[in-house]
Design a protein. Sequence first.
Length: 540
Amino acid sequence: MSKALLDVRDLSVAFAHGEMIAADKVSFRIGKGETVALVGESGSGKTVSALSILRLLPYPAASHPSGEVWFEGRDLLKLKPSQLQSVRGDRISMIFQEPMTSLNPLHTIERQVGEVLRVHRRMDEAAVRARVLELLHKVGIREPEKRLDAFPHQLSGGQRQRVMIAMALANEPDLLIADEPTTALDVTIQAQILELLKQLQREMGMAMLLITHDLGIVRRMAERVYIMQAGKIVEEGATEDIFTKPQHAYTKQLLAAEPKGAPPTANDKAPVVVETDDLKVWFPIKRGLLRRTVDYVKAVDGLSLKLRQGQTLGVVGESGSGKTTLGLAILRLISSDGPVVYMGKRIDGLTSREMRPLRKEMQIVFQDPYGSLSPRMSVGQIIEEGLTIQSPELTYEQRRARVSAALKEVGLDPKAQDRYPHEFSGGQRQRIAIARAMVLQPKFIMLDEPTSALDMSVQAQIVDLLRDLQKKRDLAYLFISHDLKVIRALCNYVIVMRNGKVVEEGAAAEVFSRPKEDYTKALLAAAFDIKVAHKSALAV
């Protein structure tokens, strides 16, 4: 590449007055119209390196002990704030990882997308509105005229990410920095967003810096790859070379990190742990002065399932399909209609007090390993809390011994119980959440997207851990996810949900090898990059 559009040379990023080096002499180049991927696990330095390009890190907490960022003959690290402002959002734009926190909750979509046009193009209101409509249409927002006055919370995750893309592309930048642009999205929405970015890139001749830990996305999108580990670039090269002839041990480890293995063989004679028949969860829609019910949101609409001891039932579907609502109804954390049978006994009519003795046998692991752990409690207190309620006869020493055993069982040092959640990585925090559930020796665990927020290698570790614990304790899992690779590695039986209803169900091997419904085929195509004829199921 004779001349680079962006040339980052020996960039270092330090925090805490230089005591912590997050990026150490990082160098990479991007040519005009080229897509380059910056790949690595959480904490590898990818995002801080990218944010440094536009100097978006907080000053003086962050500093640059060394480095240059050359863009069109100018070192961006040496520009005055006024000069840098003419580059940000105009020549270089950025899509952030989490669209809900990146969009202003108090401003409408029209105002937020139009802001970059007012600042950089000095357009009048009529021209801004016309351009915003054009952008929303281009990124695939249906009926954009009706979305102009909408606020971010009124849009789905996929729609919010499309709005972020519209904002980033408003001024037709030369370089787009996309920081994990699809991490929080369902597989079908993810496929749409990636295809959209490729299409817009072709139309505009735009270069792209793609930051991700998902190697499937890298292979689909990038021409060249830089691999980061512990703040350093450990390998670089053409995408095909990286995937077929990796040189560095860490690159090989990343390529081998996809969840593997198979679930335990299903035993059709094992005792039934949980069973439902025609289960419904309908939320009323109330309108008018008297708040009369005019309709219902049918989150779960007539679902039947049977889960046996030692087996995993996977519930698959996009956001809003009713997966989590189903799990909460089975655990009796929300009300529902229809029988819910646990270990041969109906529990759907039990009061909160009557359910309390069963809580130790029916546990839950949440999606967000940080948000589900109290930052004010030590790890020991978090895991011990259930024991103090369910087993008050235990002494402090006995409880602490049980906590130590639970931590050891999930692969953590028992001495860690006196530390706090913020001192652990995402994977370690999820292990703590699993230990909190396991310490009560449950028979049934609902796992709600327990790996979606984790790096690929950590995902594989958690899948192996869950499989080992299931085999050891003969546990029944209800595993909720939109990640079909994880579902394939863990589940005996699969239910595919859409809009509260079952679209398809069957043995996992059968559903994965011979799906019957177009929607299931579309999910599999998006997850495994398979070409299918049923593209209508992937419509926005």
